[in-house]
Structure formats: C-alpha cells, structure tokens
Design a protein around this ligand. Structure first.
Ligand SMILES: Cc1ncc(COP(=O)(O)O)c(C=O)c1O
Length: 464
C-alpha cells in the first residue's frame, strides 16, 4: 500500500493494485439495498408523508432530504441515535461536525443549565460573551471575533469585511467549494461539468435565482490559475475564500506548498485571504486547520464544531480588518448574536476539546483509516482513504483527487451503494456523497470496530 502524506498533518492511502467492480454487480446490489431500506424504515416513510405537507421536501434544510425519504430521528445520545422505527443507529455524521463533543455531552448540558439559571437572551454586553470571545481568540490565534448564528452568516460577514477593508467588490472562490447559501457562494458550488469550460480556467456557473455580484472561480490546488485570475482582476478583487482542506467534496488535501503560495499571492495583490473553517475548525485539531497547517489567513469563519451543538458561528481575524467592524464601515448586527446559551456551548467545548482529547479521537480515526485501507488493498477495490484530523472518507477512485473535476470523475454509483449499505446496517453517514465521517469525542473502540467490520462485509459483497 502506498502511503502518501502530501502535506504535513494529512494522510492518504492509495492501494497498490485494484480491479473494477462490475457495474452490473453494483446495480444489482443497489436495487436490493433500496428494497431493504424501504422494508426497514416504514415509520420514517410515514413521517415523511406527514412532514411534506408542512415543509418543502419535509425538511428544514434541503441537505437533509434524499429520495425516496430520509430517516427520521427521535433521540440521540453519545455516538448513537434512535430512529422512529426504533433502530439504534451509529452516528458518524455527527451533525456535519457540529456534534464533535458527542450528543448530550454532560459538560455542554451542565454549562447550558447554568446559563438557563441566569437568563436566555440579554441583547446587551455580558461577561459570558467576552469570556467566549477570549476563548475563541486564544484558541485560533486571532485578534478579534464576532459571533453569528450560522456558517452562512459568517462567510457573508467575512466577505463584507474584506469588501469594506479593500474598497473592492469581487470575490474569488474555488470551483466546487461550498461556503453556505449566501448568493455568491452558491455559484459553482456543484456545477454541471459540461457547462463550466476548461479545468484550468473555469466559467462561473450561476444557478437560477442567484444574484452573485462579481465573482471569479478558480480550480483548487492550482496556484498558477489563481495568479492569472489575480493578475487580470486584482483592481476589482476584495478576497479569496477557500476551505484550507476541502471538506465538501469528500476530503481534498492541499498539495504541498499550495496554501503557502496562496498566502504569498494574496499579499502580493493586496487581496484578503479568508479561510472558511466552518467544517475544519476543531475537527482539524485543537487550534483549527490554519494553525495546524501553518498558514495564517487574514480572516477565518467558524461554526459547527465550536458550539457543542448549539446554534453558533463566528468570524474573526486580524485587527486591521476587524477595525472596519469597529468603525461601522462594515455593518454587523443580529438579535441572537452571542446569546448566553450559545456562549455556554463555547465555554463547554473549550473545556472539553483539549489537545489530548482531540489527539485521542484522531488516533481512533487513524486506526479506522488504516484498517479500512487494508481491506481496500485485500479486496483490490478501486478506492482509497483520505483523512484529516478526526475526519475520514473513502474515495472511489484509485488516483488522488486534487480538485472538483477529479471529484466528479469518481464512481458515484459505488459511493451511493456504500452509503446505503451502511444506513441499512445501522450506520449513519451524512446524506450526500460529498461528506466524510467524524470520529467525535463520544466514539470509542466499539464504534470503530463497527465501522470497519461493516466496510469489510461490504467489500465481501462487492466481490461475491
Ligand atoms: C465550508 C462551509 N462553509 C459554510 C457553511 C455554511 O454553514 P451553515 O450551514 O451553518 O450556514 C457550510 C455548511 O455546511 C460549510 O460546509
């Protein structure tokens, strides 16, 4: 097995040999697995029939939906959830990373209960907000922070801060990159490959109903393409927003030196560098991805993992940029920003997510990746594993992915089958084939064994 570590702190295993899984085998298994799915989830089907009457698709975020209907959950504790059909499900999605501390983590509950004793919403300054801000600044090595309620708000405000600071409007983003549902970020989030031009010089794809403003799209891991874009348009570009490790296309690692070159180019062309750490954040390590990878952005956006499951997000960074919030040149408002319950979440997570605790979760993740890689090798599957921090994924390709076009060339039929196979055996990975598993602080050896053994059974079924 070839182990490639193409950037410090990241890991990827490529098998030495592989054989195709016949498409007809995949198609036959998909058919029988969908039949099994409907057989096992009758109450989720009923629940869906009821919920579609009051909500489009029966869900409150379109990501939660899949055809014919998603599983409906009644409770969650630790690393486990229970669905309306009474099945215990191992949660490896963990709220896209928001449940890093585990469901109903006792420290989170204790801090929230304490907060409830003293008030739910002040909408004025409070020591609890300052305490949370100090914790975030210390941990992520940033000068200042402002709290918001979602990752989408945070990326929107970070962009607006960059616009205020530079007096320029245009945004550069990565093809296939997702930064929330603010209009410019929906551009080329998952564009159809036949409508986006050359890989090295992509055309921005604007879905219906989106008013994007001026936006340029570049391939990830291509500093030359970024430089060409900056050269042509630097007088108009306010910022480049990028996930330091792409975690909305499985996991795509930065090439050696890529982020360092991005930093240099942003400095050279006077363009604000925003690292979107909504997904990486504490799942990358106890001080986030930027610290771990050693490249300092101008602004970062945070959400999900920093709040213990409460509704919380943030943006922040260097004082010289946050000064535009101070001066009022960048408008930032919000009734629920920094509310005491969310601040309790920050306090709890800061206490729980020690370097040791996250290193323990990472060791479990590494173990899962190693064991799954051995199974891939043993069964000569056309796949490889990728990991970063406490996240991992199986990518159905024998070559490493460097960008969106590579991702689109992977085998989506086996990816769907692998996800469905696990769902049918009580293991939840996120809806969508572009996600990854998360080993939270509530996962232990038992959960890792379940994940690995389930994959082993799947490998046997593919080769049967
Ligand atoms: C990288 C990234 N940025 C921003 C967002 C938006 O966050 P939210 O769903 O909290 O609005 C997401 C959501 O998944 C994300 O993955």
């Amino acid at each position: 097995m070839i182990t490639q570590t193409n950037h410090k702190e990241t890991f990827r295993f490529i098998p030495t040999t592989s054989m195709e899984v016949p498409p007809e085998r995949v198609a036959a298994l998909l058919k029988s697995e969908w039949e099994l799915f409907t057989k096992q989830t009758g109450k989720s089907a009923q629940e869906s029939k009821r919920s579609v009457k009051s909500m489009p698709l029966g869900v409150t975020s379109s990501f939660q939906h899949w055809d014919p209907y998603p599983i409906s959950i009644v409770s969650a504790n630790g690393a486990w959830m229970k669905d309306v059909d009474g099945r215990q499900l191992l949660d490896l999605s963990m709220g896209f990373g928001a449940m890093l501390a585990g469901h109903l983590n006792p420290t989170v509950i204790a801090e929230v209960k304490d907060a409830l004793e003293t008030g739910m919403l002040f909408v004025t300054p409070s020591p609890s907000t300052t305490d949370a801000a100090e914790r975030i600044c210390r941990r992520f090595s940033i000068d200042q922070v402002r709290f918001t309620n979602s990752g989408t708000e945070s990326t929107m405000y970070a962009t607006r801060t960059a616009r205020a600071a530079t007096g320029k409007d245009a945004i550069v983003k990565v093809e296939g990159g997702y930064h929330g549902s603010y209009d410019p970020f929906v551009v080329s989030a998952k564009p159809p490959v036949d409508q986006i031009g050359q890989a090295s010089d992509p055309i921005a794809y604007v879905p219906a109903g989106i008013v994007p403003g001026e936006i340029y799209v570049v391939p990830y891991n291509d500093a030359d393409a970024l430089q060409r874009c900056f050269e042509r348009n630097s007088s108009k570009i306010a910022c480049f927003i990028v996930e330091p490790v792409i975690e909305n296309l499985g996991i795509i690692l930065p090439d050696e030196g890529y982020l360092e070159r991005v930093r240099e180019l942003c400095d050279e062309y006077d363009i604000v560098l925003i690292f979107d750490e909504v997904k990486t954040g504490l799942t990358a390590g106890h001080r986030g991805a930027a610290q771990r990878l050693g490249v300092v952005p101008d602004l970062i956006t945070l959400a999900k993992s920093i709040g213990g499951g409460l509704t919380l997000a943030a943006f922040g960074g260097k004082k010289k940029y946050m000064d535009f919030v101070t001066s009022g040149k960048m408008a930032h408002f919000g009734t629920f920003n920094g509310n005491p319950l969310a601040m309790a979440g920050v306090r709890a997570v800061d206490k729980i997510c020690t370097q040791e605790a996250l290193a323990g979760a990472q060791a479990f993740n590494q173990q899962a990746l190693d064991r799954i890689s051995e199974i891939i090798e043993q069964y000569q599957l056309p796949a490889h594993t990728v990991g970063f921090g406490i996240k991992g994924c199986i990518t159905w390709s024998t070559t490493p992915l460097r960008n969106y076009r590579d991702y689109k060339a992977t085998d989506f039929a086996i990816a769907e089958l692998s996800w469905l196979w696990s769902i049918n055996r009580g293991i939840i990975t996120p809806p969508g084939l572009d996600e990854q598993w998360l080993i939270s602080l509530a996962h232990g050896q038992r959960e890792i064994d379940i994940l690995v053994e389930d994959f082993h059974e799947f490998a046997k079924a593919l080769r049967a």
